[in-house]
Design a protein around this ligand. Sequence first.
Ligand SMILES: O=c1nc[nH]c2c1ncn2[C@H]1C[C@H](O)[C@@H](COP(=O)(O)OP(=O)(O)OP(=O)(O)O)O1
Ligand SMILES: [Mg+2]
Length: 201
Amino acid sequence: MRTRTVVLASHNAKKLAEMQALLAPLEWQVRLVSEFSREAPEETGATFVENALIKARHAAAVSGLPAIADDSGLEVVVLGGAPGVHSARYGGAHGDDDANNRKLLQALEGRSEHERGARFVCAMACLRHAGDPVPVIALGLWSGRILEAPCGNHGFGYDPLFWVPDQGCSSAELDPSVKNRISHRARATQSLLAQLRETEL
Ligand SMILES: O=c1nc[nH]c2c1ncn2[C@H]1C[C@H](O)[C@@H](COP(=O)(O)OP(=O)(O)OP(=O)(O)O)O1
Ligand SMILES: [Mg+2]
């Protein structure tokens, strides 16, 4: 892949930090959509992929650059996959992690350890330009279970409640470099980069 300038289509600072760390090996010049527009497009998609495309298309349009977007969330089995694409505003206000985590604990009140299975989903979309008819799409999944009380201070969102079985800790207890090797976002980024190596971004 040629060295490129891309715009990251997120307004979530903690998510952006992970995306930038994951893309660092490419030595691309990474810009942020907030340099071009403070407006976050409405995520009206029914799927993570549709919302990632909405965000990437908006960022490519306002910046004139190739854009990479991430739409991600938590799916809990006994909640029928909720909060899913509504993860950011599950507790009411958008991006209120405390309210989101409180609502999740309430929804799982009394559930046994075996009924708390969940997974993080990350859908990434990369567009060469706003009208790109051939977007590159990548998915990453990360399975775990929901704790009965938060622990750990790293990460963001639902990390304090997400137990990672093969690490024996919550994702908020993981060193960021470890999370960036195994998370849904890490897996989606690896898949995206593998596809981009075959195409000409
Ligand atoms: O690694 C993660 N660790 C914990 N929680 C996470 C993670 N990844 C996504 N999540 C949760 C946070 C938010 O509640 C929702 C993302 O919603 P999502 O729309 O993709 O992001 P956002 O609205 O925060 O920023 P933006 O849309 O500008 O990228 O899922
Ligand atoms: Mg969002």
